[in-house]
Design a protein around this ligand. Structure first.
Ligand code: GUN
Length: 292
């Protein structure tokens, strides 16, 4: 069994990106610039955005954090999105989700210029992904594909079960895994809350990508000997022994599942660090106009 070290791969990729930024600057180019809009004080969102800002520093990017209180109006937010769309210095930007209930997330997402949508959430990017055109790939699926690539994990003709059908992870990663490319070329089954026999589907899988957000959902008896397990879960569970009062819990019962696997991602330190690196890659692609 091999543990997939997302933290180490992410550190390597950040160094690669920083080197490319040095080359751009040496050639007289502009420093890539990522902006992030954060609304309110949700603990998870605060952490994610702080990590994104830190990753920008590590990569040599400029970053701008725009904060609003919980009571910001949709109109104010849309006006800021429009401003960032038109700001020639900003190469890409994100609006951290979730947004407060009085704001229509879809409306805000669609207001972002798809050419600056480094999250890959805009329907233009989601649609282009589904038909295999160049686009900004959403961060978590992109990070997963990079892990499979860097660990030379064979996906061609393999049975891949994706647990979860979210627009951010399940659907795009299923799309990538079935695409005519390496990694990809897999036979993909997407399971969700109405799937008849998830355990049986999992037992048939060579690769399981678990993105349900249900701690320890994937148990030892659901996993075939030698399977590849990618755990996207990051549920916060209370833990009085931690300073923060919580720990991150994956969708896979790691301790019992790991001994059966050929490869497995830990939580934390697996997919998580790759997600942020994917956002950095998209920002570099935006800055260098490699997609649009
Ligand atoms: N909330 C949870 N994950 C993400 C992400 O990747 N991007 C944004 N914008 N919000 C999120």
């Amino acid at each position: 069994m091999q543990i997939i070290d997302g933290k180490a791969i992410a550190a390597t990729i950040k160094k690669e990106i920083a080197q490319q930024v040095e080359q751009i600057l040496a050639a007289g180019g502009k420093r890539p610039h990522l902006a992030a809009i954060l609304v309110g004080h949700d603990g998870g969102s605060e952490t994610y955005v702080a990590n994104k800002v830190r990753a920008c520093e590590e990569c040599g990017f400029t970053s701008t954090l725009i904060r609003y209180e919980e009571d910001v109006t949709e109109a104010e937010l849309l006006a800021k999105v429009e401003e960032l769309n038109n700001d020639a210095d900003v190469d890409g930007f994100i609006v951290q989700l979730p947004l407060p209930r009085h704001i229509d997330e879809q409306k805000v997402t669609e207001a972002i210029d798809y050419r600056k949508d480094v999250d890959g959430f805009h329907p233009v990017n989601a649609g282009r992904l589904s038909i295999g055109l160049p686009c900004f790939l959403s961060a978590t699926p992109n990070g997963i594909m990079e892990l499979l690539r860097r660990y030379n994990i064979d996906t061609k003709g393999k049975k891949c079960v994706v647990l979860g059908r979210s627009n951010i992870v399940g659907k795009p990663v299923a799309s990538l895994m079935m695409q005519k490319q390496i990694p990809g070329d897999a036979t993909v089954t997407v399971c969700h809350s109405h799937t008849a026999n998830i355990a049986e589907e999992c037992r048939n899988a060579d690769i399981i990508i678990a993105a349900l957000g249900q701690p320890h959902f994937v148990k030892e008896d659901m996993v075939k000997e030698g399977a590849v397990i990618i755990d996207v879960g990051t549920t916060r569970v209370p833990d009085a022994t931690r300073k923060s009062g919580f720990r991150l819990c994956g969708d896979v019962d790691y301790d019992n599942v790991a001994p059966k696997c050929s490869f497995i991602t830990p939580v934390p330190g697996g997919v998580g660090p790759m997600t942020i690196v994917s956002l950095m890659k998209n920002t570099l692609l935006a800055a260098t106009h490699q997609i649009y």
